[in-house]
Design a binder for this molecule. Sequence first.
Ligand SMILES: Nc1ncnc2c1ncn2[C@@H]1O[C@H](COP(=O)(O)OP(=O)(O)OP(=O)(O)O)[C@@H](O)[C@H]1O
Length: 232
Amino acid sequence: MVRFEDVALRYGDGPEVLSGLNFRLSPGSMHFLTGPSGAGKTSLLKLLYLAHRPSRGRVEMFGEDMGTLPRSGLPRIRRRIGVIFQDFRLLPHLSALDNVALPLRIQGARLEEHLDDVRELLTWVGLGDRMDALPSTLSGGEQQRVAIARAVIGRPDLILADEPTGNVDPEIGRRLMRLFVELNRLGTTVLIATHDTTLIERFAASVLALRDGRLAVPAEAQLSPVAEEVQP
Ligand SMILES: Nc1ncnc2c1ncn2[C@@H]1O[C@H](COP(=O)(O)OP(=O)(O)OP(=O)(O)O)[C@@H](O)[C@H]1O
C-alpha cells in the first residue's frame, strides 16, 4: 500500500535530510518509526502525507505513483490517510466535536447520522465532558486527543501519528494505543513515530529506525501483519 524506492528529501537548497529510503508498508501492518531528534521522522511523515514532494526517488501510495499524480488528485489520496502532527492543526473556531466531525463532513456524510460515533470516540479518549470546548480552551494533551479522534473517525486506510502519546498521562496513553491497535486489527495500516522505547517494547510491531536521514536497517517493513500487545 506504501512503497518508497530510493527516496530523498531536501528543504530548498539545503542538504538532504532524508536519503536512500527503501521500504514498504503492507496493508493492515503496524510500525513504529524511531530515531533521535532531527533524524527526519516528521519529514518522513510529511512525505507520506504528501505535504512534501521527494527531491529524488519514487513514492507509491495505494498502488499509485505519486510522481505522476496531479495536484487535483491530492485530496483523494489524503482522504485515505488519518494524520496526527505534533502541532495538532485543529481549526480554532470549531468545537472539539466539530473538529472531530470534520473528516466526515468532507466525505459528504450527514453529521446527524454519525453524531453518536463522534461522541463515543470523544468519550473513549477521555473528552466526554469537553466536546463543546474550543481548542484554545483545551490543554495540549486534550488538543492532542481531539486530533487523534479526528484522524481516526473516518476509518482511514493509513494512520500516521507523530508522538501521539507524548503529551498525555500513562493511562490515557494506553487507551490511545489500544485505539490504534484495534483499528489495526480491523485492517488499518498504522505508523507511529515515537522516541518512547517502552512503548515500542510493549508491542510486537516492526520498527523503522531513522538515523541521520537514513533507515538504519533497510526495511522490508511488512512484518507483523497485526500488532500484538506483548504480555509482561
Ligand atoms: N521546513 C524545514 N526547512 C529546513 N529544514 C528543515 C525543515 N524541517 C525540518 N528540517 C530539518 O530536517 C531535519 C529532520 O527534521 P525532522 O523534524 O524531520 O526530525 P525529527 O526526527 O522529526 O525530529 P524530532 O524528533 O525532534 O521531532 C533536521 O535537520 C531539521 O532541522
